[in-house]
Design a binder for this molecule. Structure first.
Ligand SMILES: Cc1cc2nc3c(=O)[nH]c(=O)nc-3n(C[C@H](O)[C@H](O)[C@H](O)COP(=O)(O)OP(=O)(O)OC[C@H]3O[C@@H](n4cnc5c(N)ncnc54)[C@H](O)[C@@H]3O)c2cc1C
Length: 447
């Protein structure tokens, strides 16, 4: 009984890896010429640039995977002095407090905001139907800290609008802390979550997908699945390769690709799910890399980066200070920023004037970081026309219908199901591999 996995982003790669370990035959079909999907490092001139993730959060599965892939000596933790986050308030950058004591002495927030934040421990838990992330934070921590810290954090972490994202779907672990411990702060203290456990790799994030891909015996790059049909209880996949069109039959089907791309493939076989998948929102996201000479930047950049609240009406939602996080991202006399922009004129197609956008980003960086050169020494723009899936009300139907299809041996291993972080995609893929193995052997037939 064969398994087809469509898409070799981290979700599909991890699933193939775990199935292979369990001895389950599979084919992993990837449309493009490289594996990794959203995880993409490019090296241009002397710069190592991330088009997707910049920092991974350690999880038990990821830890184990790094060990199995023998990647430990490639891991590059965030520099010890670069963990602090900054927020923009009234045009100035303020370092975020990292303890209750430093919160009290912080000048960025009013006394009322600090008191309200600390009162979270005594704020009763509540179950609000379809509660958004922003509402949840506001209810628990007050409006000011929500507007300037927590909403920008959610935009960064989930790649979306906290006023639309559902807390139960986008940040389920925080909601669970409220439910279980009566307070997010109490829960965080009990769980002892280490927010400083982020890392990359010496040669960038693509190290991870490349290492998994190198282990796989049935990864087929340049294999774009064009159509899925059904016949004699099998899934028939038509696949285009550079030289031919290939047709293969499978017993199990795993969709490891973005919801809108899965929708195109399912419109004849499962039109209901296809329609629900088309409703999943993927707002566009631009990633701008800017390199300046260190001596031209007056800000010390001692930290991870900065979040920008909506109230600051900036074009950019935040910047990561890559050269502070990891060595070797640019030359020693330079600094590298990665800046995110999520405001576009979207009218059926995404319209971006690249030169205008780069000029505006440069303008904002120059005023924020007291940069005295007119232009960066290097700049690069990458546009994700469809960035990250939004865990808002529109995703609910897709989740529900996808769960029902498991009866018909169709499974999902993708960020729109698992959660957007790479760690979540890997955890979900591992669980799914075990589920498929059991289903194949008939032990889970009644599920
Ligand atoms: C700008 C950005 C920054 C991010 N930052 C972070 C971060 O710092 N930390 C973090 O943990 N996460 C981050 N993420 C999220 C994380 O990178 C993604 O959620 C995750 O990589 C998605 O993996 P996936 O395999 O589910 O999907 P994808 O990466 O989208 O992979 C899907 C694959 O399917 C293939 N495919 C599509 N159609 C077909 C077809 N018809 N036939 C065959 N193949 C097909 C595609 O080519 C692609 O390779 C970021 C994402 C983005 C975009």
């Amino acid at each position: 009984m064969r398994v087809a996995i469509i898409g070799a982003g981290i979700s599909g790669l991890a699933l193939a890896y775990y199935l292979q370990k369990l001895g389950v035959p599979y084919d992993l079909l990837e449309a493009s010429e490289y594996a990794g999907g959203n995880i993409r490092t490019i090296t241009l001139q002397d710069f190592i640039l991330e088009l997707g993730p910049n920092a991974l959060q350690k999880s038990p599965e990821l830890h184990q995977l790094l060990h199995e892939l023998k990647l430990q000596d490639q891991v590059m933790p965030v520099a010890a002095n670069a963990h602090s986050r900054f927020v923009l308030r009234d045009g100035n950058l303020h370092k975020l407090p990292d303890s209750a004591a430093s919160l009290l002495s912080n000048t960025a927030f009013s006394w009322q905001a600090k008191r309200r934040f600390l009162q979270e421990k005594d704020t009763p838990a509540a179950d609000v139907p379809n509660e958004t992330v922003s509402h949840f934070f506001g209810r628990r921590f007050g409006k000011e800290i929500t507007a300037y810290v927590l909403n920008p954090f959610a935009t960064d972490y989930c790649g979306g609008d906290p006023e639309k994202l559902l807390v139960s779907k986008a940040l389920p672990k925080l909601k669970e802390l409220e439910t279980k411990y009566g307070s997010v702060l109490k829960g965080l203290a009990r769980k002892q979550i280490n927010w400083h456990d982020s890392f990359s790799f010496v040669n960038g994030m693509s190290t991870l997908p490349n290492a998994i891909a190198a282990k796989l015996i049935a990864l087929h790059l340049n294999h774009c699945v064009e159509m899925i049909t059904r016949g004699h209880g099998k899934y028939i996949l038509s696949c285009s390769t550079p030289s031919e069109t290939d047709t293969q039959e499978y017993d199990f089907l795993v969709l490891a690709l973005p919801a809108h791309q899965a929708a195109d493939l399912l419109q004849f076989t499962f039109p209901g799910l296809a329609a629900a998948l088309l409703n999943v929102n993927y707002p566009p996201l631009a990633v701008v890399h800017s390199v300046y000479n260190r001596e031209d930047v007056r800000h010390p950049l001692k930290g991870f980066g900065a979040w920008h609240a909506k109230a600051e009406t900036t074009l950019t939602t935040g910047s990561i200070w890559n050269s502070s996080l990891y060595d070797g991202r640019c030359r020693p006399h330079e600094v590298l920023f990665t800046t995110f922009v999520d405001q576009f004129e979207v009218n059926g197609t995404v319209k971006v004037d690249r030169q205008e956008l780069l000029a505006k980003v440069n303008q904002e960086l120059c005023s924020r970081y007291q940069i005295c050169s007119e232009k960066p020494v290097f700049e690069h723009l990458y546009l994700w026309k469809q960035g990250m899936p939004q865990f808002d009300l529109f995703i609910e139907d897709a989740h529900q219908m996808a769960a029902e299809l498991e009866q018909q041996q169709v499974f999902i291993s993708a960020n729109w199901q698992a959660g957007v972080s790479v760690a979540d995609c890997i955890r979900h893929a591992k669980e799914l591999a075990h589920k498929i193995k059991l289903k194949r052997s008939g032990e889970l037939n009644n599920l």
